[in-house]
Write a protein that binds this ligand. Sequence first.
Ligand code: AQP
Length: 333
Amino acid sequence: TPRVFSGIQPSGGLTLGNYLGAIRRFVDMQNEGIQTIYCMVDLHAITVWQDPAALRRQTRELAAGYIAAGLDPARSILFNQSQVPEHAQLAWIFNCVARMGWMQRMTQWKDKAGKNSQNASLGLFAYPALMAADILIYHATHVPVGEDQKQHVELTRDIAAKFNHDYKVDFFPMTEPVIEGTATRVMSLRDGSRKMSKSDPSDMSRINMTDDADTISQKIRKARTDADALPSETDGLKDRPEARNLVSIYAALSDMTMAEVLADVGGKQFSEFKPMLAELAVAKLAPISTEMARLMQAPEEIDAILGRGAADARAIAAPILEKTYEIVGMVRS
Ligand code: AQP
């Protein structure tokens, strides 16, 4: 039976990239009636320094974002990772299964550690092993993610396969990434070669789910573009990453294909298209940010939802961890 797991780091506010690349798929899968488990991965967030008060607020805000975007705590299990200790426990075993060379090849590690990798945390290096544990502690079969996380889901399969091989079992499943939609890789508004990211130092590079209408409009107006008019077919977006990005955001928000959007707006200048995009973005995002703000008024209710979610998650995770320990040869008494 299919079981879906995914998570987002509470390492900042939610961006339009997280929404279009991940959360919208989370909601679709919940609404298809599949068992869905969605996490705020706070243990992952601290692989780079987080101010404790900010981490708490961002975790609750991420939960509010999930719910405001359509996740229903009665139908999806919602919780923060650190309340289910089985994630970290399985991650240790996977640290002993995964190889240093596998981790060194990860593009996220290379991007985030940068040139000064001797100064990066050990946790940042081991990030993908914890992610594999997040997924496999539920025997999840499908993981909805943005394009940037594809490599980590493939590594999860490598870890599962090596574990199964080393212990001569058929225990962990080969999880499939689910990368769907027209905006699986939303790019920075300031640089069409970088993905939109919640930790980008420039706030103008991203649209936050909590931005007000004026801020959204201003960011889109100032978004970097080339000087040409929009093409009328998708072929014309080749070598125009900024134009492609804005068209794909428009397509995703309006539930159209890029070709359909270009059939409508081909020939227009950005001075005309940007206000259309701003209006659409405000119309789609304002109800979510309003609901997020309302939910944030009652943080104790959010915490109660996460507590119940964690209990439900542990009910699935604990027996899988016990079985794993037994396979590995740990004495239980
Ligand atoms: N720009 C993006 N376009 C499409 N999908 C995206 N995702 C992130 N950015 C984009 C997807 O959102 C989910 C959660 O990501 P994450 O927070 O766990 O880690 P991340 O990919 O590192 O996201 P950020 O926003 O860039 O956070 P920081 O800056 O803290 O690293 C994933 O499914 C991801 O694919």
